[in-house]
Design a protein around this ligand. Structure first.
Ligand code: SF4
Length: 214
């Protein structure tokens, strides 16, 4: 997949982020084959074509259609249809640009950039974040997701590789681990390869929290 296609895919995928992977792939493939993945194609696509595709994604298909067309409109109006230029910008500016799109926050913008080959840190989704907090990185903030996210990202940073490819692998591995073994309610710790190193299983393991020093 070209970088531009990855960038577009990231935005559209983000607009379906609550769907299971298989369903998301089905919706995305439908968009690709029936409409096309350019902003022009999606902005001008008839609602009768978009709505059945959005309905594949479950509840509130109208909202999804609105988001897809909003993404297309922003791409055309704010970026003259050229999203790829964002990838040449400084990291902070590129993140700010992606956050103009619906439902893209800091983690979403960092994830889209990382899969397009641009990364400065490890973006995490909920599974990866849970795994790392359990192992012992950062601070568990039950009422402040943003503070927890930041503390985990900062605590893991010194141990991370720098390349976007390696960070993408880490992101996907942590996500998979959280979905299969380190599940929210019933983690399968006895099957886990890092059980001996995990603070959740061994309270004596020292947590790494750099935010407590600031
Ligand atoms: S030992 Fe348990 S809590 Fe720790 S990472 Fe493995 S599955 Fe998760």
């Amino acid at each position: 997949m070209s970088t531009l296609k990855k960038l577009i895919a990231g935005l559209w995928e983000n607009a379906c982020y609550l769907l299971p992977d298989e369903r998301r792939a089905q919706v995305f493939e439908g968009l690709r084959s029936q409409v096309g993945l350019t902003a022009e194609a999606i902005e001008s696509a008839p609602r009768e074509v978009l709505l059945p595709l959005a309905t594949l994604g479950g509840m509130r298909p109208e909202t999804r259609v609105f988001r897809w067309q909003e993404i297309a409109r922003i791409t055309n109006q704010q970026f003259a249809g050229d999203l790829e230029q964002i990838l040449k910008w400084p990291y902070a500016k590129a993140k700010k640009a992606l956050k103009l799109f619906p439902s893209v926050g800091d983690p979403g913008a960092e994830k889209i950039l990382m899969f397009c080959g641009v990364a400065e840190r490890l973006p995490l989704e909920s599974n990866g974040l849970r795994v790392l907090t359990r192992i012992g990185y950062g601070r568990v903030h039950l009422k402040n997701y943003g503070a927890m996210y930041k503390s985990v990202q900062e605590a893991i940073a010194p141990e991370l590789p720098h390349s976007a490819v390696a960070l993408s692998k880490a992101h996907l591995l942590l996500r998979e681990h959280g979905k299969t073994l380190c599940k929210d309610k019933t983690p399968a710790c006895h099957e886990c390869p890092v059980e001996d190193l995990c603070a959740f299983r061994n309270p004596a393991v020292r947590r790494i929290d750099v935010t407590e020093r600031s």
